[in-house]
Design a protein around this ligand. Structure first.
Ligand SMILES: [Zn+2]
Length: 304
């Protein structure tokens, strides 16, 4: 299997257009301790031909251009065999609209996420220009689904995992919360290799623990270091947990849990621009390294 992080930042990216936090100021100034990052998405393939995007970020166009394996091989073509959505947040789905050029697409999403898109957003009609423009593949937590390649089975099987999360911000007063609002993805090949992609995780659950523990490679929510990160920087009052993100630090943070997992690689994705771990020489970064946890950057590749 091969996985490439196309974007490692949380919504807003790094730097974020309207943010002058110390990290955003530093990366704009060219401080070598920082590296800019686009919004979260990862590409995965079992055979190097058919690729699946895990979420469609607002930065999808430049992310596709940044990776030759995703470039068209014919006048109208794409190696992107499917797009799998973990939730309906803008930073996970906006890229779908960017892919509007009459290319048939396969989108995998839960019923709750699909309804939020198809019934609540008139712009999505740009992806209904002809019969078969988008083939929607329903995902049900706990039910394995074969990912379809261009010429038949891709060899990859996806198991959606219900994760603690919340309904997309723009749908909060329109749709009732559901256990299908936020899922993790476990993608396995026929040889027993697996990737767990959990970019949004509000807190621990027994199933999340079991699925993460069993994966070779885990890519997991690294949005915030502390629960009160935004308040400390004077950027708002909402806590990480209010936004359904499990902060890394503290005795009940995700870092002690991550340190206990036997996965071959444990990689943080969906990192908010305020997070001190974005500074490569930060003490918080050293704590991650000591726990065997990596910080993703755009272009990071794992092959196993
Ligand atoms: Zn910032």
């Amino acid at each position: 299997m091969r996985a490439r992080v196309l974007g490692a930042a949380a919504g807003g990216g790094f730097p974020q257009w309207n943010c002058a936090c110390p990290n955003c100021v530093g990366v704009r100034a060219g401080d070598p301790a920082f590296r800019a990052r686009s919004q979260a998405s990862t590409a995965v393939s079992g055979d190097g031909r058919d690729w699946f995007l895990l979420n469609a970020s607002p930065d999808i166009r430049t992310q596709i251009e940044s990776f030759a394996a995703l470039h068209p091989r014919a006048p109208r073509d794409t190696p992107i065999a499917g797009i799998v959505l973990t939730n309906g947040d803008i930073d996970a789905v906006l890229g779908l609209l960017i892919l509007r050029e009459s290319q048939p697409l396969h989108v995998y999403a839960t019923d709750a996420v699909t309804r939020g898109l198809r019934e609540r957003n008139v712009l999505l009609r740009t992806l209904a220009r002809f019969d078969g423009h988008v083939t929607w593949h329903p995902l049900v937590p706990g039910q394995p689904t074969a990912l379809v390649g261009a010429g038949g089975p891709s060899g990859l099987v996806l198991t959606p995992v219900a994760l603690a999360g919340k309904v997309a911000l723009h749908l909060e007063t329109l749709l009732l919360p559901s256990g299908e609002d936020n899922i993790g993805l476990v993608i396995a090949d026929g040889g027993g290799r697996s990737l767990a992609y959990f970019p949004g995780l509000a807190g621990p659950t027994p199933e999340c623990d079991q699925r993460a523990r069993a994966a070779d490679v885990l890519m997991v929510d690294g949005t915030f270091y502390t629960d009160d990160e935004l308040a400390r920087l004077g950027l708002g009052t909402r806590r990480a947990r209010d936004m359904a993100h499990w902060p890394l630090s503290g005795p009940d943070g995700s870092l002690p849990w991550l340190a206990s997992l036997p996965c071959r690689r444990k990689i943080l994705v969906h990192i908010n621009n305020t997070n001190p771990i974005l500074r490569e020489d930060a003490p918080e970064r050293a704590q991650l390294t000591a726990a065997g946890v990596e910080v993703a950057h755009d272009g990071l590749e794992v092959e196993w």
